[in-house]
Every structure is written in C-alpha cells, then in structure tokens.
Design a protein around this ligand. Structure first.
Ligand code: ROI
Length: 182
C-alpha cells in the first residue's frame, strides 16, 4: 500500500473528554504502519444535535498511513470501543468519536464508509481543527476552509480553544515536524 495522508476528527462529551481525547491521540500515535504528522488545538464546542447535552471536546489530526481506509476504520472503531463507547442514539452524547474525514484525495462510498465525511462541510467543530493542521485542505466541490467557515450557519456555531494542559503536552510530543538538528 502507498502512504496516504488522512485527516481524522476526534470528539467526545461524556466523562472527562479532554482525558479521553488525549488517550486517543496517544493510541493513534502507536497505530501500525502509520504516523501522526500534525495535531490541532483542542476546542470546546456546543453540541450540535439534541439539546441538553454537555459541550464537546473536539480536535483533528493528520495521519500518514499505509492502512487501507477499511483497516483504518477498524482501528478507529476499536479505539472507540476501548474508550467505552456503545452504539448509542444517533446524534446523542458519546464518550469518543473518531471520524475518518479525508483519505488522500479518494472518494469512498460503501455500506461502512463515506469519505470525504458527508457532514464535515457543515460542522465548524470539524473544520476549525482541520484548518489548524491542513489549511489548504479541499475536497470534491467544497470551497476552501476559510470560505466555508465564514458561512453564517458555521460562523454562528459556538467553538473556542480549550487550552487543556494534558492535550497541550501530548500535542507537543506528537506534532514536531521541524526538529532542529544539533
Ligand atoms: N457536536 C459537537 N459540538 N461536537 C461533536 O463532535 C459532535 N458529534 C456528533 C454530534 C452529535 C452530531 N454533535 C456534535 O456526532
């Protein structure tokens, strides 16, 4: 398999969400045949979906991988299950959500997987973290990230950086593309 650059969205709003996302980041950094290339800031975002849910923690990472999209999906679902996620109500609260957003330039549509993620262009909690790590990301007919995020429907979504020390420490470990050589 060639090496493909992917974007993965992380989210969760049950329990200690910053801790859950930090653990997921550590686990993703040990995924076979893959390396984490960049890690976004952590964001706190108002829930989209049924009212009365706690706020979410959201983030995104770039991963270079030789796994196929379905192998990667298996790995992401195993991490969700390990975090205690059970198949819950559509759009209900969840411990950990790992979404394969982009898999190189590929378009995939089958019973298990749709890539690019079909909802991502409507969700500031996906696009803002993606902008941190891949500002030039573009897919299918969607406009660029700056244009998307300026649309009223997205601009009104409540989202703010969440400078959580555990996330910041893990992020510093896994996103150091420019290492100085002695
Ligand atoms: N809302 C926010 N803010 N963040 C999420 O990660 C998220 N995930 C979901 C739904 C329920 C659509 N709402 C969300 O799956």
């Amino acid at each position: 398999m060639p090496c493909i650059r992917c974007a993965i969205g992380l989210g969760g709003n049950l329990g200690d969400a910053p801790e859950t996302l930090t653990r997921a980041l550590r686990a993703l950094s040990t995924l076979r045949n893959s390396s984490v290339i960049a890690v976004s800031a952590l964001y706190r975002s108002a829930a989209i979906g049924p009212a009365g849910q706690p706020d979410y923690a959201n983030a995104a990472i770039l991963l270079d991988t030789r796994l196929s999209p379905w192998q990667l999906l298996d790995e992401l679902q195993a991490l969700e299950a390990a975090a205690g996620r059970v198949r819950e109500l559509r759009w209900g609260a969840r411990t950990l959500d790992l979404d394969l957003l982009l898999y190189g330039e590929q378009r995939i549509h089958d019973a298990r997987l749709t890539v690019p993620h079909p909802e991502m262009h409507r969700r500031a909690f996906v696009l803002r973290p993606l902008q941190d790590i891949w500002p030039q990301a573009h897919w299918s007919e969607a406009p660029d990230l700056v244009t998307l995020l300026q649309q009223p429907e997205l601009a009104q979504q409540v989202l703010q950086p969440w400078p959580e020390p555990r996330w910041l420490a893990a992020r510093a470990l896994y996103s150091t593309p420019l290492r100085s050589t002695p």
